[in-house]
Design a protein around this ligand. Structure first.
Ligand SMILES: [Zn+2]
Length: 114
């Protein structure tokens, strides 16, 4: 099993950091995970949202957000469009399906000739 992180959207906030009050340290990221195994891969439905301050190196949790941060967050959230969470098949799975199909065709052919 392999997990890949897909960054949907990253944005800089010009708001004051609730921790250190800097105005140019905040950055929000919207990340969606994809879990992959041998046969298929699937995007997770949940998008991880992290507001990080690069000035004080802290994650700013929603409990510490003020109204302004929340407003900018809502704006950027609309731009982070999650990818479809449907299952995608890996090439090997197509190979197996093709092999089974070939086996069925061969069987029908074989039975038809007897
Ligand atoms: Zn800070």
């Amino acid at each position: 099993m392999k997990t890949t992180e897909h960054i949907l959207h990253i944005a800089k906030f010009n708001n004051n950091c609730p921790g250190c009050y800097t105005t140019d340290g905040l950055k929000i990221s919207f990340v969606q995970e994809e879990i992959e195994n041998k046969f298929h891969s699937k995007m997770q439905k949940i998008v991880a949202e992290t507001l990080y301050c690069h000035a004080c190196n802290n994650i700013i949790y929603p409990v510490n957000w003020n109204e302004d941060i929340d407003r900018v967050y809502q704006y950027h959230k609309k731009q982070a469009i999650p990818k479809s969470s449907r299952v995608r098949l890996q090439p090997i799975t197509y190979g197996i399906i093709l092999f089974c199909f070939g086996a069925v065709v061969a069987l029908i052919y074989f039975l038809g000739n007897n």
